[in-house]
Design a protein around this ligand. Structure first.
Ligand code: SF4
Ligand code: SF4
Length: 388
């Protein structure tokens, strides 16, 4: 496929910088079934995975286009037995390499091979500090394994980076999650409050915390920060449902981030696949440089010309670029609308309704929908998720 479009921003804005951050989603396969999984809800219907040679070519093309960081994720990237080959090539090309893993498959042997291949960084995810909830939320018995994997990571000399997605079910455990990170010798802990896309959007009613839960968790995190000092760096990512302005999503559409899906589609963020009416290019048909600079999909929401009111004339538009296109689509039905997190959005009431419901105690929410686990049997077409 060869499409022509301007090299500079379609909106007449500044020149387009390089895709500094490459996210290589090697597979949608995963032994876990997390209720907040960020993979698409129709992941089971994706096309065949790219082969090793395709990925090697993508790495070379992305590096030539200016990428400097490469994250290998999935699903579970360790399910690819060519992971070491890909890491070695990324390392040879000069990428800073990062593996995002559930830990399943990270044996001593594979860790040694990945170390030899030059892997710089591993991020290990936990679902909770307790075995019961960790295993419930992932619908697997993986808690003990993750603890062993943390030791493996340390024993090979990598910094220990622990990630835990935070939501209504586990937010009251924030203290013990921090203590687990300390016990495992983590240098970094990312407490990533759930954002409501993909499987987390399906399960929002059960995952969105109350304001009181959130405030307690943030205060406790600050207490631990003071107590622990330089021993561990703790990142606490606030959920945008409790804001009145949206985040500058992915630092701007097609600005820094490039995601390649297991079946080769190039996306400006890992959830953009849900957006209808956008013909996302595929690395099987088009070179990375052409995708980044010349594909209509990557120009679609660059700059400001695409904006509708209230963003079009908003004095704050440079701060947040209108927020997240996926959230705008999910909640308003039109990806070119303002992100409904913004209090100026006509659909902001949908966020307020969800937040108001989240304040009710669980005993008064007996009509909450049961959790849907990420599983091929539960896969469904992507949709708006929330009807006004
Ligand atoms: S969020 Fe859970 S189910 Fe989804 S890819 Fe990660 S480990 Fe697998
Ligand atoms: S109206 Fe649009 S540009 Fe203005 S603050 Fe809200 S989301 Fe941002």
């Amino acid at each position: 496929m060869s499409e022509s479009a301007p090299q500079a921003s379609a909106s007449g804005g500044p020149e387009i910088g390089p895709p500094l951050w490459l996210l290589a989603e090697l597979t949608y396969r995963c032994p876990l079934h997390c209720v907040f999984c960020y993979n698409p809800v129709d992941f089971a219907h994706a096309g065949p995975e790219l082969g090793t040679d395709d990925w090697l070519r993508v790495l070379r093309e992305a590096r030539a286009a200016g990428s400097v960081q490469c994250g290998f994720s999935g699903g579970e990237p360790l399910l690819r037995d060519d992971l070491e080959v890909l890491v070695a090539e990324a390392h040879r090309l000069g990428f800073y390499t990062n593996l995002l893993t559930s830990g399943v498959g990270l044996t001593q042997e594979r860790a040694a091979a990945l170390k030899a291949a030059g892997l710089d960084h591993i991020q290990l995810s936990f679902q909770d500090s307790t075995k019961e909830l960790n295993d419930f939320l992932s619908h697997t018995k993986t808690f003990d394994l993750k603890r062993r994997v943390a030791d493996t990571i340390k024993s090979h000399g990598w910094p220990m980076v622990m990630n835990c997605v935070i939501h209504r079910q586990n937010i009251d455990h924030i203290g013990t999650i921090i203590e687990l990170a300390v016990e495992l010798g983590a240098e970094y802990l990312e407490l990533a409050n759930n954002q409501y896309y993909s499987w987390a959007a399906l399960n929002r009613d059960q995952l969105l915390p109350s304001r009181a839960q959130l405030q307690r968790a943030e205060a406790l995190t600050n207490d631990y920060r003071q107590k622990l000092g330089d021993r561990i760096r703790i990142f606490f990512v606030v959920p945008d449902y409790y804001e009145t302005r949206p985040k500058k999503c992915m630092n701007g559409w097609g600005n820094v981030f490039l995601t390649i899906t297991p079946d080769g589609y190039a996306l400006p963020c890992h959830t953009a696949r849900m957006l209808p009416d956008i013909d996302f290019p595929n690395v099987r048909d088009m070179r990375v440089d052409d995708i980044w600079h010349r594909s209509p999909a990557f120009h679609r929401f660059r700059g400001f010309a695409w904006m509708k009111e209230p963003c079009r004339t908003c004095p704050e538009q440079e701060k947040d670029l209108g927020g997240c296109r996926c959230q705008a689509f999910m909640l308003s039905g039109d990806a070119a609308n303002a992100d409904p997190v913004c209090s100026k959005s006509p659909q902001h009431y949908l966020i307020e309704q969800a937040v108001a419901r989240a304040q009710l105690p669980d005993a008064e929410r007996v009509d909450a929908k049961p959790l849907v686990f990420r599983d091929p049997a539960n896969a469904r077409p992507a949709s708006r998720f929330f009807e006004p």
